[in-house]
Write a protein that binds this ligand. Sequence first.
Ligand code: PRX
Length: 568
Amino acid sequence: MSHIGSYDQRVKNFDWSIAEKELGYHDGDPINIGWYCSDRICEMGKSDKLALIWEGHSGDVKKYTYNDLRVNSNTIGAFLKELGIKNDDRVCLFMDKIPELYIGLLGILKIGAIAQPLFSAFGDESLHVRMENAETKAIITQRKHVAKVRKIRDTMPFLEHIIIVDYDGKHPLREKETAFRMDEAEKVEKLDIHPTKAESPSLLHYTSGTTGKPKGVKHVHYSLISQYLTTKWVLDLHEDDIYWCTADPGWVTGTSYGIIGPFSLGITQCVLDKGFGADNWYQFIDKYKVSIWYSAPTAIRSLMKAGEEVVKKHDLSSLRHLASVGEPLNAEAVIWSEKVFGKPFYDTYWQTETGSMMICNYPGMKVKPGSMGKPFPGITAAVVDPDSYEVIDEPGKPGLIGFKPGWPAMFRTYWGNEETYRNKFKNGWYIPGDRSSIDNEGYYWFIGRDDDVINTAGHLVSPFEVESALLEHEAVAESAVVAKPDDVNMEVVKAFVTLNPGYEANDDLELKIMNFIRKKLSPLAMPQEIEYVKSLPKTRSGKIMRRLLHAKEWGEEIGDTSTLEDDE
Ligand code: PRX
């Protein structure tokens, strides 16, 4: 039985001050996530406890205690300070899941700078738009990714430092480039931690919308309050647990629950810096005796596909609690996991903007396979009418999810885009843009997104970003990008294109265009299929009607197209 107690009891007695008290935080005090995730744990007498067990793709293993976390993050912080990085400066982390990423994030936060983690598989264009928007002052990266930075550095005058964490001296460093090797650097025992306050900015995560460029979601140090408590209650982490969050810190799950949550609780976590493989994953759980596992539906569906035989090859008896996030967790996956692992995956729903879990299944709560669960205590949630934004009080009736603003981890704005931020609020509700219904027991049932954003393997891809990139290919005249259903990834990117004169619609060109997008944006954004068309359906004023193409892909009724003919 978990230490959470009954859900109803928790909701009744809830106050965020529960987390504040446990963290020893009082209103108005300095609050620095970097300090809470390392120094404080050491002060609690856990300096020698393992914080991070890391395994690389070639099988090499590194281990860091909480004292190592403290000292190494001090060292990175001091190094950045020496370079002239000040509080509120944006520092991008552009690395694979290596220890420098996890510890570097804490170092950045300790000096009051803003950490901007970006997925290392991003191509130069994806990197560029996000750094340009943030006016990033320094980027910490690896040799293998530096070519992408070099390609765009001259267009970013605000970028002053390119820090390479595995520089081997083989090629000369170029202007603005600096080498920093964390494990070999002279350690900084004491660092003046910047006295960030509750509302001081901490992280900038980029997320994709339907239109326009990616938005920088600004979080603050006070987010710790939500992240700490949700990690404790929903993931049910205990002192002796070994935790594995499979998410990459380039995305919000990898920071909120792959860094901040577990480290602020002083838990030992494992990281596997290796691509997905059922055998690898089970072996990893077996080897490190993982007890709490936070993953994603695409991974679970891939494991289902790999079958049960491979499960039997490993001892997975250490597993105590499993949770999932990022996309709808289908009922079959929950039932399968119960059968194969002896416990279900508990679904959790939230997003980059919410910063922490919002609707979840808790240990000890009845799981209804296919439902996202119920709002976390302290979260006021509802399903509202899409036109009036009034609460729908009828079980089973679909509407838009709405949250009453004010929980600690809620984003504070979109970087430099206050208007889009304000538009997310309607009638006093924050509208995350997802459709759901609520059943008569208060469980939420996800229906779908309320926009054209593609959710592929739990990652959001903007059709607009892909369409814009496609237009940069010399063969492409026009394009429309939609989601196409996929058994494992839920959705994949599909592009419809019309070609410029002189180009022949063939497989070779399709591969070339796919590769062009993969390099420019990322493997996630790469269309899995390109359909050549003579023309694209448009409204009277010439806007491409993505919805029509989407409906075709999903075999949905298109209905009355006359309304679609008008601009919205
Ligand atoms: O559409 C919802 C879907 O993913 C979106 C958030 O994506 P992102 O900001 O990248 O954050 C992902 C990790 C927190 C949501 O608006 N989503 C997330 N969790 C679920 C989900 N859809 C269905 N069920 C979920 N559990």
